[in-house]
Design a protein around this ligand. Structure first.
Ligand code: GAP
Length: 539
């Protein structure tokens, strides 16, 4: 399996990803996309927008869909009225449990601290570790020996009597005696405490609670609060979806695994509004539709899977939630990380913004009330029901929500693309090469144009070819160094096609097109290149 360090180093070296504010030592949980990375991520977002919104044909019934449907987009603000987060549930419920270490002053998410029970010298203790999964065994042994004041040759005297488990699986009394991930003394972890993940800020000159606002932790709420605006400003009819791509912010306690868990990231979300009677069918449709999207862009095979949530994982109002998951190389063998969740949300969101925050634990859903019987968080009071023109009936639509992360999808495409193989150099000798096998639609550079040598009119012809292709795609011109080296640089960037202008090109106006994956080279008329590259890229 590909080692994650190799990909991380390639991403930095070739300008896919940099740590944010690196020259000042970086900032944990924040990442910048470099010149190649920004193209890759834009292509991911544009493929999503094209396939879900612009390219969707509302006149045709897609396979597996209960009917035709419409799709539109929105672009909402990051800061919204604070009441939005009270009614959505994020103000009260959007938290993780964390523990602090009194010895090291470090903070951990309780469900991410992994460890094992071990006994030595008559004492049984839960030893924990937070290092990368492939280093955890080693780290645990080293720290356990140190704790018991034993040497490496005494390792056999340690009695490990449990498999790996997370701290949240222990009773409070057991948690209180554990050896923290960076501690040298046992029993230094505090009780788990709730930690709200929303970033708080202040709007305008008001610095008190009146001016308090939150950076959105999801783009979805902007869609719900604009439901009526979309209905009133268009002729759209149910069933329809509203899509949005944008930044979200979560003050994750332990950001980790490259961009997988960041504090600032981008989401690609759809809220799909339908009649309650049809919502289960629509849920099935969107699950399959979204899985097929990843497959169509090259995430096929065993590393991608769809996992249906079990009954006890579901929110009380949901009849189904599925995650699309990918076996990222930084996860322990057999574990998958979430790329996207597809949730059946019933009428929870629209009713919460209409009536006030609903109690998600009650079934049927009802308004959450305070000690005086008043709504805990008041809704907008606006009518967010829908009137069916054909039947005259009025109802609150149900929502299916396919919610994807643009950074996680980008990371999965990077992991899937990374490969090492052998390719011949100029003299025909096989050399090892690093290649990113991106699907052409997401590849940052679609084609690179090389004059074989910097003379005899080859650069001039290559400039012409470059100018004609540049009108259509992001292409790259390179005349520096041996052509074999130029091929290698493009393989590492994931460029699917390299076009070379040689002495024959000057005679018969043809060029060679080299395929990154098959290494096959064919001669094509320069005048036909736009058609040729377009066709190879899938139309
Ligand atoms: N509106 C529903 C919602 O936000 P979520 O499962 O919390 O659901 C949806 O987030 C997607 O957003 C996830 O599947 C993931 O791809 C992405 N995401 C969530 N938290 C993230 C983080 N800290 N860093 C990067 N991506 C994240």
């Amino acid at each position: 399996m590909m080692q994650m360090e190799k990909l991380v180093s390639l991403c930095r070296r070739r300008g896919f990803l940099f740590q944010s504010s690196e020259i000042y030592g970086g900032m944990n949980g924040f990442w910048d996309y470099g010149p190649l990375g920004v193209e890759l991520k834009r292509n991911v977002k544009e493929a999503w927008w094209q396939d879900m919104v612009r390219g969707h044909n509302e006149l045709r019934q897609p396979e597996g869909a209960p009917s035709t449907y419409e799709m539109v987009g929105l672009d909402c603000t990051i800061l919204m009225h604070p009441q939005v987060w009270k009614c959505s549930g994020h103000y009260d419920l959007f938290h993780d449990y964390m523990v602090d270490c009194r010895q090291t002053k470090r903070r951990y998410r309780v469900d991410q601290v992994r460890g094992r029970w071990v006994e030595a010298k008559g004492q049984r203790i839960f030893v924990t570790s937070m290092v990368e999964p492939d280093l955890q065994e080693e780290d645990l042994l080293r720290r356990t020996l140190k704790f018991f004041n034993l040497r490496a040759k005494d390792a056999e005297s340690l009695k490990w009597d449990s498999p790996w488990t997370t701290l949240d699986q222990l009773s409070p009394a057991e948690q209180a005696t554990a050896l923290g991930p960076d501690a040298t003394e046992a029993g230094t972890l505090t009780e788990p405490r709730e930690f709200n993940l929303m970033f708080k800020t202040f709007v305008g000159a008001l610095s008190g609670e009146e001016g308090a606002a939150f950076l959105r932790p999801e783009t979805a709420q902007g869609i719900f609060v604009n439901f009526k605006n979309v209905l009133d400003s268009t002729r759209i009819q149910i069933p329809f979806g509203v899509a949005q791509v944008g930044k979200s912010f979560r003050n994750e306690i332990t950001p980790r695994n490259f961009t997988f868990r960041s504090r600032e990231f981008e989401q690609m979300e759809i809220e799909f509004f339908c009649h309650p009677d049809q919502s289960r069918q629509w849920y099935q449709y969107w699950r399959n539709r979204r899985l097929a999207w990843y497959t169509s862009l090259g995430l096929a095979g065993e590393r991608l899977r769809l996992r249906e949530h079990s009954e006890d994982e579901l929110s009380h109002y949901s009849c189904g939630t599925a995650d699309i998951e990918y076996a990222f190389p930084f996860l322990p063998e057999g574990e998958y990380g979430e790329l996207e969740g597809i949730a059946h949300r019933g009428d929870f969101d629209l009713r919460s913004h209409m009536e006030g925050k609903l109690d998600p634990k009650k079934r049927p859903l009802e308004l959450e009330r305070d000690a005086n019987g008043q709504p805990r968080h008041r809704g907008s009071g606006k009518d967010l029901t829908y009137r069916d023109e054909a039947t005259g009936s009025r109802y609150t639509p149900h929502v299916i929500e396919p919610s994807a992360g643009a950074d996680r999808a980008t990371l999965a495409f990077l992991c899937e693309a990374y490969d090492e193989d052998q390719a011949p150099d100029e003299s025909g000798a096989m050399q090892s090469r690093v290649v990113l096998r991106f699907h052409p639609r997401v590849a940052p550079i679609k084609a690179a144009i090389f004059p074989l040598v910097k003379r005899d009119g080859m650069p001039e012809m290559a400039h012409e070819v470059y100018a004609s292709l540049k009108k259509h795609w992001n292409v790259f011109y390179d005349e520096k160094g041996a052509v074999g080296r130029r091929y290698r640089r493009q393989d590492e960037a994931g460029t699917p096609y390299c076009i070379t202008i040689d002495s024959q090109s000057l005679v018969d106006q043809t060029v060679t097109v080299r395929d990154r994956d098959t290494l096959e080279q064919v001669r094509v008329k320069a005048a036909d290149l736009v058609g040729e590259i377009g066709q190879r890229m899938g139309g």
